[in-house]
Unconditional design. Structure first.
Length: 353
Protein backbone atom coordinates (compact mmCIF):
# COMPACT_ATOMS: atom_id res chain seq x y z
CA UNK A 1 0.00 0.00 0.00
CA UNK A 2 2.79 2.39 0.95
CA UNK A 3 4.71 1.49 -2.22
CA UNK A 4 1.69 2.37 -4.38
CA UNK A 5 1.31 5.73 -2.63
CA UNK A 6 5.01 6.42 -3.14
CA UNK A 7 4.74 5.56 -6.85
CA UNK A 8 1.73 7.87 -7.17
CA UNK A 9 3.62 10.75 -5.49
CA UNK A 10 6.62 10.21 -7.79
CA UNK A 11 4.32 10.31 -10.85
CA UNK A 12 2.68 13.50 -9.61
CA UNK A 13 6.09 15.06 -8.98
CA UNK A 14 7.26 14.12 -12.47
CA UNK A 15 4.10 15.64 -13.97
CA UNK A 16 4.68 18.86 -12.01
CA UNK A 17 8.31 18.99 -13.18
CA UNK A 18 7.26 18.46 -16.79
CA UNK A 19 4.67 21.26 -16.51
CA UNK A 20 7.18 23.64 -14.89
CA UNK A 21 9.90 22.96 -17.45
CA UNK A 22 7.36 23.17 -20.25
CA UNK A 23 6.16 26.56 -18.96
CA UNK A 24 9.74 27.85 -18.75
CA UNK A 25 10.48 26.65 -22.28
CA UNK A 26 7.27 28.21 -23.61
CA UNK A 27 7.97 31.50 -21.82
CA UNK A 28 11.51 31.68 -23.23
CA UNK A 29 10.27 30.87 -26.73
CA UNK A 30 7.41 33.41 -26.51
CA UNK A 31 9.67 36.18 -25.20
CA UNK A 32 12.14 35.57 -28.01
CA UNK A 33 9.33 35.60 -30.57
CA UNK A 34 7.69 38.67 -28.99
CA UNK A 35 10.96 40.60 -28.92
CA UNK A 36 11.49 39.84 -32.60
CA UNK A 37 7.94 41.02 -33.46
CA UNK A 38 8.38 44.26 -31.51
CA UNK A 39 11.68 44.86 -33.26
CA UNK A 40 9.93 44.49 -36.62
CA UNK A 41 7.24 47.00 -35.54
CA UNK A 42 9.89 49.45 -34.33
CA UNK A 43 11.99 49.19 -37.49
CA UNK A 44 8.92 49.57 -39.72
CA UNK A 45 7.77 52.62 -37.74
CA UNK A 46 11.25 54.18 -37.89
CA UNK A 47 11.40 53.68 -41.67
CA UNK A 48 7.93 55.20 -42.15
CA UNK A 49 8.79 58.29 -40.05
CA UNK A 50 12.13 58.72 -41.80
CA UNK A 51 10.64 58.55 -45.31
CA UNK A 52 7.74 60.82 -44.30
CA UNK A 53 9.98 63.50 -42.83
CA UNK A 54 12.69 63.22 -45.49
CA UNK A 55 11.07 61.86 -48.68
CA UNK A 56 13.06 61.04 -51.77
CA UNK A 57 13.17 63.67 -54.48
CA UNK A 58 9.95 63.99 -56.49
CA UNK A 59 8.28 61.33 -54.36
CA UNK A 60 5.40 62.12 -52.00
CA UNK A 61 4.51 59.85 -49.04
CA UNK A 62 1.72 57.39 -49.85
CA UNK A 63 -0.60 57.24 -46.83
CA UNK A 64 -2.47 54.20 -48.12
CA UNK A 65 0.80 52.31 -48.49
CA UNK A 66 1.88 53.45 -45.00
CA UNK A 67 -1.39 52.16 -43.51
CA UNK A 68 -0.89 48.80 -45.22
CA UNK A 69 2.66 48.50 -43.89
CA UNK A 70 1.52 49.24 -40.33
CA UNK A 71 -1.32 46.73 -40.50
CA UNK A 72 1.08 44.22 -42.06
CA UNK A 73 3.26 44.15 -38.94
CA UNK A 74 0.29 43.45 -36.65
CA UNK A 75 -1.11 46.87 -35.70
CA UNK A 76 -4.79 45.96 -35.53
CA UNK A 77 -7.64 46.57 -33.07
CA UNK A 78 -7.65 42.85 -32.26
CA UNK A 79 -4.02 43.06 -31.08
CA UNK A 80 -4.17 45.57 -28.25
CA UNK A 81 -0.57 45.03 -27.06
CA UNK A 82 0.83 45.81 -30.48
CA UNK A 83 -1.32 48.93 -30.67
CA UNK A 84 -0.08 50.05 -27.23
CA UNK A 85 3.53 49.49 -28.28
CA UNK A 86 3.02 51.68 -31.36
CA UNK A 87 1.43 54.43 -29.22
CA UNK A 88 4.47 54.36 -26.93
CA UNK A 89 6.74 54.65 -29.97
CA UNK A 90 4.71 57.64 -31.22
CA UNK A 91 5.00 59.44 -27.87
CA UNK A 92 8.75 58.81 -27.61
CA UNK A 93 9.26 60.05 -31.16
CA UNK A 94 7.25 63.24 -30.66
CA UNK A 95 9.16 64.06 -27.47
CA UNK A 96 12.43 64.04 -29.41
CA UNK A 97 11.35 66.40 -32.22
CA UNK A 98 10.58 70.10 -32.47
CA UNK A 99 9.48 72.64 -35.06
CA UNK A 100 8.37 71.63 -38.55
CA UNK A 101 9.19 67.94 -38.07
CA UNK A 102 6.98 67.85 -34.98
CA UNK A 103 4.06 69.32 -36.95
CA UNK A 104 4.62 66.86 -39.81
CA UNK A 105 4.59 63.87 -37.46
CA UNK A 106 1.48 65.14 -35.71
CA UNK A 107 -0.25 65.21 -39.12
CA UNK A 108 1.00 61.71 -39.93
CA UNK A 109 -0.14 60.22 -36.61
CA UNK A 110 -3.71 61.42 -37.14
CA UNK A 111 -3.94 59.54 -40.45
CA UNK A 112 -2.56 56.12 -39.53
CA UNK A 113 -3.64 53.35 -37.11
CA UNK A 114 -4.36 53.18 -34.23
CA UNK A 115 -7.40 55.37 -34.84
CA UNK A 116 -8.77 56.73 -31.54
CA UNK A 117 -7.14 53.98 -29.44
CA UNK A 118 -6.25 56.42 -26.65
CA UNK A 119 -9.67 58.12 -26.79
CA UNK A 120 -11.39 54.73 -26.41
CA UNK A 121 -9.61 54.29 -23.07
CA UNK A 122 -11.61 57.22 -21.69
CA UNK A 123 -14.68 54.97 -21.70
CA UNK A 124 -13.02 52.36 -19.46
CA UNK A 125 -14.35 51.82 -15.92
CA UNK A 126 -10.81 51.23 -14.66
CA UNK A 127 -9.24 54.48 -13.46
CA UNK A 128 -5.68 53.57 -14.45
CA UNK A 129 -6.70 52.82 -18.06
CA UNK A 130 -8.67 56.06 -18.23
CA UNK A 131 -5.76 58.08 -16.79
CA UNK A 132 -3.34 56.45 -19.23
CA UNK A 133 -5.61 57.32 -22.14
CA UNK A 134 -5.70 60.97 -21.06
CA UNK A 135 -1.92 61.11 -20.79
CA UNK A 136 -1.50 59.56 -24.24
CA UNK A 137 -3.94 62.12 -25.69
CA UNK A 138 -2.01 65.15 -24.43
CA UNK A 139 1.41 63.56 -24.99
CA UNK A 140 0.49 63.05 -28.68
CA UNK A 141 -1.09 66.52 -28.83
CA UNK A 142 -4.53 65.22 -29.87
CA UNK A 143 -6.30 68.49 -29.11
CA UNK A 144 -9.50 67.31 -30.84
CA UNK A 145 -10.33 65.48 -27.59
CA UNK A 146 -10.17 68.60 -25.38
CA UNK A 147 -13.94 68.45 -24.81
CA UNK A 148 -13.63 64.92 -23.42
CA UNK A 149 -10.92 66.02 -21.00
CA UNK A 150 -13.06 68.94 -19.78
CA UNK A 151 -15.79 66.46 -18.85
CA UNK A 152 -13.31 64.57 -16.64
CA UNK A 153 -11.87 67.59 -14.79
CA UNK A 154 -13.95 66.79 -11.66
CA UNK A 155 -13.65 62.99 -11.79
CA UNK A 156 -13.78 61.36 -8.37
CA UNK A 157 -10.45 59.59 -8.96
CA UNK A 158 -7.51 61.88 -8.17
CA UNK A 159 -5.28 60.48 -10.94
CA UNK A 160 -7.94 60.77 -13.65
CA UNK A 161 -8.84 64.37 -12.82
CA UNK A 162 -5.15 65.28 -12.39
CA UNK A 163 -4.29 64.06 -15.89
CA UNK A 164 -7.45 65.68 -17.31
CA UNK A 165 -6.63 69.07 -15.77
CA UNK A 166 -3.03 68.92 -17.01
CA UNK A 167 -4.30 68.04 -20.48
CA UNK A 168 -6.71 71.00 -20.44
CA UNK A 169 -3.83 73.35 -19.55
CA UNK A 170 -1.68 71.91 -22.35
CA UNK A 171 -4.43 72.37 -24.96
CA UNK A 172 -6.01 75.65 -23.79
CA UNK A 173 -3.10 77.37 -22.06
CA UNK A 174 -4.07 80.44 -20.03
CA UNK A 175 -7.70 80.08 -21.10
CA UNK A 176 -7.87 76.91 -18.98
CA UNK A 177 -7.75 79.05 -15.81
CA UNK A 178 -11.38 79.99 -16.35
CA UNK A 179 -12.29 76.52 -15.05
CA UNK A 180 -10.63 77.12 -11.67
CA UNK A 181 -13.76 78.43 -9.89
CA UNK A 182 -15.71 75.39 -11.09
CA UNK A 183 -13.35 72.67 -9.86
CA UNK A 184 -15.08 70.78 -7.06
CA UNK A 185 -12.25 68.66 -5.66
CA UNK A 186 -8.90 69.33 -4.02
CA UNK A 187 -5.86 70.03 -6.21
CA UNK A 188 -2.62 68.55 -4.82
CA UNK A 189 0.63 70.48 -4.51
CA UNK A 190 2.27 68.25 -7.14
CA UNK A 191 -0.58 69.01 -9.51
CA UNK A 192 -0.26 72.77 -8.96
CA UNK A 193 3.47 72.63 -9.66
CA UNK A 194 2.88 70.54 -12.81
CA UNK A 195 0.33 73.03 -14.15
CA UNK A 196 2.65 75.98 -13.51
CA UNK A 197 5.49 74.16 -15.29
CA UNK A 198 3.29 73.37 -18.32
CA UNK A 199 2.20 77.00 -18.57
CA UNK A 200 5.81 78.15 -18.37
CA UNK A 201 7.02 75.62 -20.96
CA UNK A 202 4.23 75.95 -23.52
CA UNK A 203 2.81 79.45 -22.92
CA UNK A 204 5.67 81.59 -21.54
CA UNK A 205 3.90 84.90 -22.21
CA UNK A 206 1.30 85.49 -19.45
CA UNK A 207 -2.28 86.21 -20.45
CA UNK A 208 -3.25 88.49 -17.56
CA UNK A 209 -6.83 88.82 -18.74
CA UNK A 210 -7.61 85.16 -18.13
CA UNK A 211 -5.43 84.96 -15.02
CA UNK A 212 -7.16 87.88 -13.28
CA UNK A 213 -10.59 86.49 -14.06
CA UNK A 214 -9.70 83.64 -11.71
CA UNK A 215 -8.82 86.01 -8.84
CA UNK A 216 -12.38 85.95 -7.50
CA UNK A 217 -12.30 82.20 -6.89
CA UNK A 218 -12.88 81.20 -3.26
CA UNK A 219 -11.35 77.74 -3.68
CA UNK A 220 -8.21 77.38 -1.50
CA UNK A 221 -6.33 75.31 -4.11
CA UNK A 222 -7.17 77.94 -6.76
CA UNK A 223 -5.72 80.68 -4.54
CA UNK A 224 -2.53 78.65 -4.04
CA UNK A 225 -2.19 77.92 -7.77
CA UNK A 226 -2.63 81.59 -8.72
CA UNK A 227 0.01 82.66 -6.19
CA UNK A 228 2.46 80.10 -7.61
CA UNK A 229 1.76 81.40 -11.13
CA UNK A 230 2.40 85.00 -10.00
CA UNK A 231 5.71 83.90 -8.47
CA UNK A 232 6.81 81.78 -11.47
CA UNK A 233 6.10 84.52 -14.02
CA UNK A 234 7.39 87.31 -11.74
CA UNK A 235 4.17 89.33 -12.01
CA UNK A 236 5.22 92.22 -9.76
CA UNK A 237 2.05 94.17 -10.56
CA UNK A 238 0.00 91.37 -8.95
CA UNK A 239 1.90 91.08 -5.66
CA UNK A 240 -1.14 92.49 -3.83
CA UNK A 241 -2.94 89.20 -4.51
CA UNK A 242 -0.27 87.27 -2.55
CA UNK A 243 -0.20 89.82 0.30
CA UNK A 244 -3.95 89.36 0.62
CA UNK A 245 -3.40 85.78 1.85
CA UNK A 246 -0.39 86.32 4.14
CA UNK A 247 -2.61 86.16 7.24
CA UNK A 248 -5.19 83.70 5.88
CA UNK A 249 -6.83 81.58 8.59
CA UNK A 250 -5.84 78.44 6.64
CA UNK A 251 -2.32 77.14 7.26
CA UNK A 252 -1.69 75.83 3.71
CA UNK A 253 -2.70 79.11 2.06
CA UNK A 254 -0.48 81.12 4.43
CA UNK A 255 2.38 78.71 3.68
CA UNK A 256 1.98 79.20 -0.07
CA UNK A 257 1.67 82.99 0.32
CA UNK A 258 4.84 83.29 2.44
CA UNK A 259 6.74 81.02 0.04
CA UNK A 260 5.63 82.99 -3.04
CA UNK A 261 6.09 86.48 -1.60
CA UNK A 262 9.71 85.66 -0.69
CA UNK A 263 10.68 85.91 -4.38
CA UNK A 264 9.80 89.62 -4.61
CA UNK A 265 11.23 92.92 -3.45
CA UNK A 266 8.40 95.01 -1.97
CA UNK A 267 7.76 98.73 -1.77
CA UNK A 268 7.66 100.50 1.59
CA UNK A 269 3.85 100.53 1.50
CA UNK A 270 3.72 96.80 0.85
CA UNK A 271 6.24 96.10 3.63
CA UNK A 272 4.07 98.07 6.09
CA UNK A 273 1.07 95.98 5.04
CA UNK A 274 3.07 92.79 5.60
CA UNK A 275 4.07 93.97 9.09
CA UNK A 276 0.45 94.66 9.99
CA UNK A 277 -0.57 91.18 8.87
CA UNK A 278 2.37 89.63 10.76
CA UNK A 279 0.50 89.90 14.07
CA UNK A 280 -2.46 87.90 12.72
CA UNK A 281 -0.36 84.79 12.01
CA UNK A 282 -0.80 82.21 14.75
CA UNK A 283 2.04 79.90 13.72
CA UNK A 284 5.51 80.67 15.11
CA UNK A 285 7.41 78.92 12.32
CA UNK A 286 5.60 80.94 9.66
CA UNK A 287 6.17 84.12 11.68
CA UNK A 288 9.90 83.38 11.74
CA UNK A 289 10.00 82.89 7.96
CA UNK A 290 8.15 86.16 7.42
CA UNK A 291 10.32 88.01 9.94
CA UNK A 292 13.52 86.93 8.14
CA UNK A 293 12.01 87.98 4.83
CA UNK A 294 11.03 91.42 6.16
CA UNK A 295 14.54 91.93 7.52
CA UNK A 296 16.09 90.83 4.18
CA UNK A 297 14.11 93.21 1.93
CA UNK A 298 13.95 96.26 4.23
CA UNK A 299 16.27 99.14 3.41
CA UNK A 300 16.30 100.30 7.04
CA UNK A 301 15.57 98.69 10.38
CA UNK A 302 12.08 99.60 11.65
CA UNK A 303 13.09 99.99 15.28
CA UNK A 304 9.54 100.51 16.49
CA UNK A 305 8.35 97.27 14.87
CA UNK A 306 11.24 95.18 16.19
CA UNK A 307 11.07 96.61 19.72
CA UNK A 308 7.38 95.78 19.81
CA UNK A 309 8.20 92.16 18.91
CA UNK A 310 11.07 92.12 21.40
CA UNK A 311 8.82 93.10 24.30
CA UNK A 312 5.52 91.47 23.25
CA UNK A 313 6.37 88.45 21.08
CA UNK A 314 6.73 84.87 22.24
CA UNK A 315 10.12 83.56 23.37
CA UNK A 316 11.20 82.32 19.92
CA UNK A 317 10.19 85.55 18.19
CA UNK A 318 11.94 87.58 20.92
CA UNK A 319 15.16 85.61 20.42
CA UNK A 320 15.08 86.05 16.65
CA UNK A 321 14.26 89.76 16.95
CA UNK A 322 17.12 90.26 19.40
CA UNK A 323 19.48 88.56 16.96
CA UNK A 324 18.35 90.87 14.09
CA UNK A 325 18.75 94.02 16.23
CA UNK A 326 22.14 92.93 17.60
CA UNK A 327 23.56 92.17 14.14
CA UNK A 328 22.33 95.49 12.78
CA UNK A 329 24.05 97.65 15.41
CA UNK A 330 21.23 98.03 17.94
CA UNK A 331 23.07 96.35 20.82
CA UNK A 332 21.96 98.92 23.40
CA UNK A 333 18.28 98.18 22.76
CA UNK A 334 18.88 94.45 23.20
CA UNK A 335 20.91 95.00 26.37
CA UNK A 336 18.25 97.32 27.76
CA UNK A 337 15.56 94.70 27.14
CA UNK A 338 17.44 91.88 28.86
CA UNK A 339 18.40 94.17 31.76
CA UNK A 340 14.72 95.06 32.11
CA UNK A 341 13.83 91.36 32.13
CA UNK A 342 16.52 90.64 34.72
CA UNK A 343 15.36 93.39 37.08
CA UNK A 344 11.72 92.27 36.76
CA UNK A 345 12.69 88.72 37.60
CA UNK A 346 14.83 89.86 40.56
CA UNK A 347 11.99 91.99 41.98
CA UNK A 348 9.52 89.13 41.73
CA UNK A 349 11.73 86.62 43.59
CA UNK A 350 11.05 86.26 47.38
CA UNK A 351 13.80 87.48 49.72
CA UNK A 352 15.18 84.68 51.92
CA UNK A 353 15.73 85.51 55.64
Amino acid sequence: MEAEILKLLIKLLLIVLVIVHGSIAYTMFYRKWRTRRLKIIENTFATICSLYLYPKSNQKPNLIEIQREIKGVGIKKSKARNVQYLIDLMIRTQRSLLGLNYIKLKTLFTQIPPYGASANKLQSRKWYIKARGIREIYEMDQSQYTGELIKLRNNKNIYVRREAQIGIVIFLGWKSLRFLPYLKRQMTLWQQIKIVEKLNDLYPVPDLKHLRRAYNSDRPYANELIMRIIRKFNLTEDIAYIIRFIDSPKFEIREAAIYCISSFILSETQIREIKEKFYNINNTEQQLLLLKYIQRISMEIDLRFYKDLLYNGNDIIKLSTADILWNNGYKEEVQAYYYHQYTQKADSEPISV
